[in-house]
Design a protein. Structure first.
Ligand SMILES: *Cc1c(COP(=O)(O)O)cnc(C)c1O
Length: 230
């Protein structure tokens, strides 16, 4: 099931890339493995999938331990909320963090990134739909935080991440993704060397790719429906 699903997701990405006139290689598929067991990750990895995304730090650490033999074959991305008391474990275990939403968290990650590892790759999470309940920086806060995070020695700031509100049709889905793309362009215009737009999930990956996503984060379409979160 996982192999076929992954193939279908790759086909969706390829089709959206063709429509957008972008090379397929411009979009990285991040397989979101939150709530699924290590054996499912193993199965996906065996199909050639390299990048996996996790939301919950402790769950991810347990899974990494069960998959320690594949450490060189997997890049682990944290995409869920990150509290200060978890930054050390994250700095030691992950390759990427997409969900940096304040300077203090970034400073801790930089301080705690072990010297023998390459810099931690990070994105700033942006509350692009402006919802009161959502985590992420407000668009108007991003430029100043980005300048500070870009200077941290043990991080490499790569770009922006967003989780837009669900929307029904393609045009409505494209709007927040376009806004994130324009925000990234403005940061680049201000001199920051950024290349990553982490946006698009199972329901809206086509819209995201059409607006320039470089990483799409897909869970359900690969691993099946999750149990509702508690
Ligand atoms: C769960 C999750 C995803 C994947 O969502 P699907 O709809 O299952 O593809 C992507 N990004 C984040 C931040 C998530 O929490």
């Amino acid at each position: 099931m996982i192999a076929g699903n992954t193939q279908r997701v790759r086909a969706r990405i390829a089709q959206a890339c063709a429509l957008a006139g972008r090379p397929e290689s411009a979009v990285l598929l991040l397989a979101v493995s939150k709530t699924v067991g290590p054996e499912a990750v193993r199965e996906a990895q065996a199909t050639g999938q390299r990048a996996f995304g996790e939301n919950y730090v402790q769950e991810a650490l347990d899974k990494m331990a069960a998959l320690a033999d594949l450490r060189e074959q997997i890049d682990w991305h944290l995409i869920g909320p990150l509290q200060s008391n978890k930054t050390r474990a994250v700095a030691e275990a992950f390759d990427w963090v997409h969900s940096v939403d304040r300077l203090k968290i970034a400073q801790r990650l930089s301080d705690q990134r072990p010297p023998h590892l390459p810099p931690l790759q990070v994105c700033l999470q942006v509350n692009i739909s402006g919802e009161a309940s959502k985590s992420g920086l407000l668009p108007q806060e991003v430029a100043s935080v980005a300048q500070d995070v870009a200077r941290l020695p043990r991080l490499r700031l790569r770009g922006l991440m967003a989780i837009p509100e669900p929307a029904g049709d393609l045009q409505a889905q494209r709007r927040p993704h376009r806004a994130l793309r324009e925000l990234l362009a403005s940061l680049r215009g201000a001199g920051l060397d950024l290349d990553t737009l982490s946006m698009g999930m199972t329901a809206d990956l086509e819209a995201a790719v059409l607006e320039g996503a470089t990483i799409v984060r897909v869970g359900t379409a690969i691993f099946g429906a999750r149990a509702p979160s508690p």
